[in-house]
Design a protein. Sequence first.
Length: 103
Amino acid sequence: MGIARHDPATLGRPAWNAGRKVGVEKPLKQGQIWAIRFFLDSEGRMRDRALFDLTIDSKLRGCDLVKIKIGTVVTGQEIRTRATVIQQKPDVQYSSRLRRKPG
């Protein structure tokens, strides 16, 4: 596969990623992480805060985090202290400690 140079439908159409940044993004800074946590706490979004903490504390990729079910992170009204997630591609199992909101 490649660029369809001979397809008249693609002539004059810009590439889908023209003008966009390409490559790895910089990681979040510590202040940005705490700002997100503060926002989620102030909004009362317990589920989002738990998933965000799991994201930051684990080495999982986005596609694996999207597949996490709420039962993996929460039991009833309580956030679990540990969650086990199996990474899809290399088939590696990660176990991460979840942070509890004080209170």
